[in-house]
Design a protein around this ligand. Structure first.
Ligand SMILES: NC(=O)c1ccc[n+]([C@@H]2O[C@H](COP(=O)([O-])OP(=O)(O)OC[C@H]3O[C@@H](n4cnc5c(N)ncnc54)[C@H](O)[C@@H]3O)[C@@H](O)[C@H]2O)c1
Length: 257
């Protein structure tokens, strides 16, 4: 992945947390935020991959740190937020991107083992809430902030447990917009269509991808770079009157009326 040099440092002096920032889409967000001046905390379960993203950002002249977190554990989310404040002095921006995705089981709601289902939901749905709860007081202390949740077009296409969690993320986004708005904290979601990451290559067989792409108006899969513009826009002051919204970035895969 290439790191484009910034024309305008929109996030100079800002501190951003990107969960699931160790690879794939989250890595793209972390690198782009750093390239536009933010100090970035790559918050992930995967220390090895996360540390290598941090190293790359620093080599490119950006500011970054790795913080290990399990977003499903509220205490872990709180310790992560505190570690970021200790290192960078506060938190302004959060991207709730972590999820079980590339390694997920393919199973049905009627048959998926309970233990697996509960862990899955605690990461893919409750994780966004746990991290938001840990981070928002630090944003409030800085006079406000902005949050982006990572949803998916799966929220409209199917409600297996993956889609169900993303439907929940959309609801969470709308409700938290109401609860956080009075503190000057905005929260929106991006719903990407199929993105060509290692995780998608693992979880979705090639023939399914081909069929999916043929039905997408723009006739290709997305890349993490396709999502970066929307994410950084929603985190920036240009979006200062936008909250509680879910934005599809999907080549036209889902048209909502
Ligand atoms: N790739 C796609 O086609 C696509 C499409 C729509 C939405 N999404 C969403 O985008 C996000 C990233 O997708 P990706 O393709 O980069 O996936 P990925 O599997 O490559 O990345 C997920 C990251 O989350 C981390 N993670 C997993 N569980 C965690 C936990 N409990 N605590 C902290 N970190 C944890 C992983 O270590 C990994 O670094 C996910 O929310 C996914 O659901 C992906």
């Amino acid at each position: 992945m290439t790191n484009t040099s910034p024309h305008v440092a929109r996030f100079d002096g800002k501190v951003a947390v990107v969960t699931g920032g160790a690879q794939g889409i989250g890595e793209g967000y972390a690198r782009a935020l750093a390239a536009e001046g933010a100090s970035v905390a790559v918050a992930d379960l995967n220390r090895e991959a996360g540390s290598s993203v941090v190293k790359q950002i620093r080599q490119d002249g950006g500011k970054a740190t790795f913080v290990e977190v399990d977003v499903a554990q509220p205490e872990s989310a709180e310790a992560m937020a505190q570690a970021v404040v200790d290192e960078f002095g506060g938190i302004d921006l959060l991207v709730n991107n972590a999820a079980i995705y590339g390694t997920m089981k393919l199973d049905l709601l009627l048959t998926v083992p309970w233990d697996y289902y509960k862990r899955f939901m605690s990461v893919n749905l409750d994780g966004a809430l746990a991290v938001t709860r840990a981070v928002w007081p630090h944003m409030q202390a800085r006079g406000g902030g902005a949050i982006v949740n990572q949803s998916s077009t799966a929220a409209w296409l199917y409600s297996g447990f993956y889609g169900l969690a993303k439907t929940g993320v959309n609801g969470l986004t709308q409700q938290l917009a109401t609860e956080l708005g009075g503190n000057g904290i905005r929260i929106n979601a991006i719903a990407p269509g199929p993105i060509d990451t290692e995780a998608t290559r693992t979880v979705t067989p090639g023939n399914i991808v081909k069929d999916m792409v043929s039905k997408i108006p723009l006739k290709r899969m997305g890349t993490p770079e396709d999502l970066v513009g929307m994410c950084l826009f929603l985190l920036s002051d240009e979006a200062s009157w936008i909250t509680g919204q879910i934005f599809n970035v999907d080549g036209g895969q889902v048209v909502r009326s």
